[in-house]
Design a protein around this ligand. Structure first.
Ligand SMILES: [Zn+2]
Ligand SMILES: [Zn+2]
Length: 462
């Protein structure tokens, strides 16, 4: 999950603001409902116990291995090799090196639809400070040649473990379904390039265009094991944009003989927010965040250049294209306003990190929901507003050239002890992309249960 928020709240004991407390209260209600309904009924108890015993005998250790061996996007060599070995160990044919470090496992089981099941594999350049006994100490040389710490701070370790568990259940219960399953280990979700790389490497030409695609994300915002899903838009589009603002440098005491790129960039940052507040329909969600503003070297020097890094979010292609076009125009116009000649106007770069909006197919969700309701004893369908404009490159599998109906769902991952603190308003759960992030490994069980159930429903009732 690519989110806007990368802050690290040292917040295990902090007081929550009123708004957060209200959210915590609603979580408490959800949490208590979850516990009650679990004890009230359960559908396929043999599936639950099969998953539970496979978790105890294998998946819990596998989760720890993934957690302690995080690797950065497109550098997931060890991770991909382990995931491939796990799937091969189940008797599944695996192709490696699809879209760099991506892999594909195919389970062919008679006539029927083709269902893609995806897990992303990459970690983040963060020094883990979770306090866990199994915390990562991995480091890697990134693509800039820097030696950086690496951590599974988004839960992709849980996703891969869930994929293996789902594969095991599909293999063990081949008489319960018919069709073909394409298991996808996707690289580089955090830089929203991995799904694109797999598709550009001919994923659908080589392995077939799926009839459905299923993906999940673990969530630190919900209690461990709580499965939720939405109809329609699940996550926003995301585009990274670089703007190089050039100026004419000089002495800080003689500004009139220069064109100061820090001043020009400051105007640009303000003007960019005007796109959202004055130019886009206020009923249409969109975000522009300037996440990096770099320029200058000393108090009395007017520099030649400032570099801005933006993230842009939208909920429709129309809004996305409009915002991106206006960013380009605004940068040029602010440059002209400050007297920059045409050959020194700001240089805008986009398209290098981008993903469309992640949209669930309502009909596919409707096929899966009754089975989940029966299996979990509660209704996983969320009808509340989304909490923000996070993004997911799972959208590439469903929203690009081939429109593939998708079901992307969430599994709560905050451990029960911490969730009780959160629910009572005494703490907040460490967010994704935080050094304190910790996911309850047990959430894998609900992940497998939901993933397997969804796959079987879509395979048997296409
Ligand atoms: Zn993620
Ligand atoms: Zn993430």
């Amino acid at each position: 999950m690519l989110s806007n928020n990368t802050s690290n709240p040292p917040a295990l004991a902090c007081k929550l603001p009123r708004k957060a407390a209200r959210f915590a209260l609603s979580l408490a209600v959800m949490f208590s409902g979850l516990v009650l309904s679990h004890s009230a009924q359960s559908a396929d108890t043999s599936l639950k116990s099969d998953i539970s015993s496979y978790y105890d005998s294998h998946l819990s250790d596998l989760f720890l291995w993934f957690h302690q061996h995080p690797e950065l996007g497109f550098l997931e060599q060890e991770t991909a090799a382990r995931l491939a070995a796990e799937l091969r160990g189940l008797g599944i044919e695996v192709t490696e090196g699809v879209g760099s470090t991506g892999l594909v496992g195919m389970i062919e089981n008679g006539p029927g639809p083709l269902v893609l099941v995806r897990a992303d594999m990459d970690g983040l350049p963060i020094l883990e400070d979770s306090g866990l006994s199994y915390a990562s100490r991995n480091r890697q040389i990134n693509f800039s040649g820097e030696d950086v710490p690496v951590m599974h701070a988004c839960g992709h370790d849980m996703h891969m473990t869930t994929l293996v568990g789902t594969a095991k259940m599909l293999m063990d219960n081949r008489d319960a379904w018919s069709g073909t399953v394409m298991l996808v280990g996707q690289p580089a979700e955090e830089i929203i390039n991995g799904a694109k790389a797999m598709l550009e490497d001919g994923l659908y030409q080589r392995f077939g265009v799926p009839d459905y695609a299923i993906g999940l994300h673990v969530s630190s915002g919900a209690p461990s094991g709580m499965v939720t899903v939405r109809e329609g838009i699940v996550q926003s589009s995301s585009d990274s944009v670089d703007i190089k603002v050039r100026g004419i440098g000089g002495h800080g005491a003689y500004p009139h003989q220069t064109i100061d790129p820090i001043y020009v960039s400051s105007q640009l940052v303000i003007a960019l927010q005007g796109i959202i507040s004055r130019q886009i329909n206020p009923l249409t969600p969109a975000v522009i965040t300037v996440g990096s503003f770099q320029g200058g070297s000393k108090h009395n020097i007017i520099s030649n250049e400032v570099n801005l890094q933006l993230t842009v979010r939208a909920d429709s292609e129309e809004t996305r294209n409009e915002v991106l076009t206006r960013i380009r125009d605004t940068a040029a116009n602010i440059g002209r306003l400050n007297g920059l000649p045409d050959d020194l106007l700001p240089v805008v770069r986009m398209g290098f990190e981008s993903t469309p909006t992640n949209i669930n197919d309502s009909a596919a969700v409707a096929k899966v929901l009754p089975a989940w309701q029966e299996q979990f004893g509660y209704d996983p369908l969320l009808t509340s507003q989304r909490p923000g404009m996070g993004a997911e490159d799972f959208a590439y599998f469903t929203q690009t050239e081939h429109k593939v109906p998708g079901v992307f769902f969430s599994v709560g991952g905050t451990p029960p002890d911490l969730m009780r603190e959160v629910a009572s308003g005494r703490a907040s759960a460490p967010q994704h992309h935080s050094a304190f992030f910790r996911i309850d490994p047990n959430s894998v069980k609900a992940g497998v249960e939901a993933m397997y159930t969804a796959a079987v429903e879509l395979l048997n009732n296409p």
